[in-house]
Structures are given as structure tokens and as C-alpha cells.
Ligand binder design. Sequence first.
Ligand code: HEC
Length: 138
Amino acid sequence: MSAAWTAAAPAAESEDIIKYRQGVMASVGGHTAAATQIVRGKVDYADDLAYHAESIARSMQTVESLFPEGSDFGETRALDSVWSKPVEFKQVSEKAREATKAFLAAVKANDKAALVDEFKAMVDACKACHKDFRQKEE
Ligand code: HEC
């Protein structure tokens, strides 16, 4: 559901959507990088793990919405396959959604062993989408 104040906004330009998409992805990447340090036991911020997990899960809940038709014009690393292989794209999105939910559930349950496993599965789900739908870095 759109917030009321966005209702009158004109259709967003492709380049603006790309910037938004990259901003959301970058934030997910930041939360994942921070969570990695906690999950590996390198730092003592365990109380923050739920907030990182919640933010990642929230972003993945609607990840497909970051890729509307026509948002491929501009400086983007999204591959054409996002739009030409919608069934596969939906599958990797769904997988990432489920994986992030499972990670969040394990964090909330304070289940150390499970959260380590679910964290790995989540990162694999990110990679699975990037492998087929994101251009490699040059
Ligand atoms: C359904 C596919 C998909 C999933 C799932 C996904 N990503 Fe992405 N991600 C992309 C695509 C496509 C791009 C390139 C977007 C662009 O350049 O327009 C991207 C870009 C990024 C970027 C670079 C952002 C920037 O600054 O340009 C980071 C970091 C990132 N993703 C992290 C993650 C993490 C961490 C996860 C898992 C929690 C994840 N992504 C899950 C498709 C996905």
C-alpha cells in the first residue's frame, strides 16, 4: 500500500528508481556486513543483531518491487534477465524472503546454532540472485 503523500507523485523516472534500489540494496549489504561480525563472534553487539535481521527481512519482503518494468534505463547492474526471466527471478526472490525470515526467527529465538546456519543460508540466497541477475563487477 502506498503512503498517502506518494499517491500524487508522478511516475518515477527509471534513474530515480535505480538510485532507490541501489540505496536499499546498499543498506541490506551494510546490515549483512555488520551482522557477519556479530555472527562470527568478532564483536560484542549481540543485542543489535535483531535490528539488523529485521531490516534485512523487511527489505527482502518486497524485493521484487525494486525492479519495476522499465527500471533498466541508466547506471544499473541489474541484468536483463530480471525482466526476461520473471519466473526464475520470482523464485530467487522468494527464496531470499524465506531465508531472511528464518534468520530473523532464529535470532529472536536466541538459538545460536540455528542462527549461524540460517545466516549462511541467507547469504547464499543473496548470492544466488546476484549470480544470475546482477552484472559482475568489472
Ligand atoms: C532477487 C534478487 C536479489 C536478492 C535476493 C538480493 N539482491 Fe542485492 N542486488 C540485486 C541486483 C539486481 C543488484 C544491482 C542493482 C542495480 O544496480 O540496479 C543488487 C545490488 C546489491 C548491492 C550493491 C548496491 C549498490 O550500492 O549499488 C549490494 C551491497 C547487495 N545487492 C546486497 C545484497 C544482500 C546482502 C542480499 C541478501 C540479504 C541481497 N543483495 C539480495 C539483486 C538481489
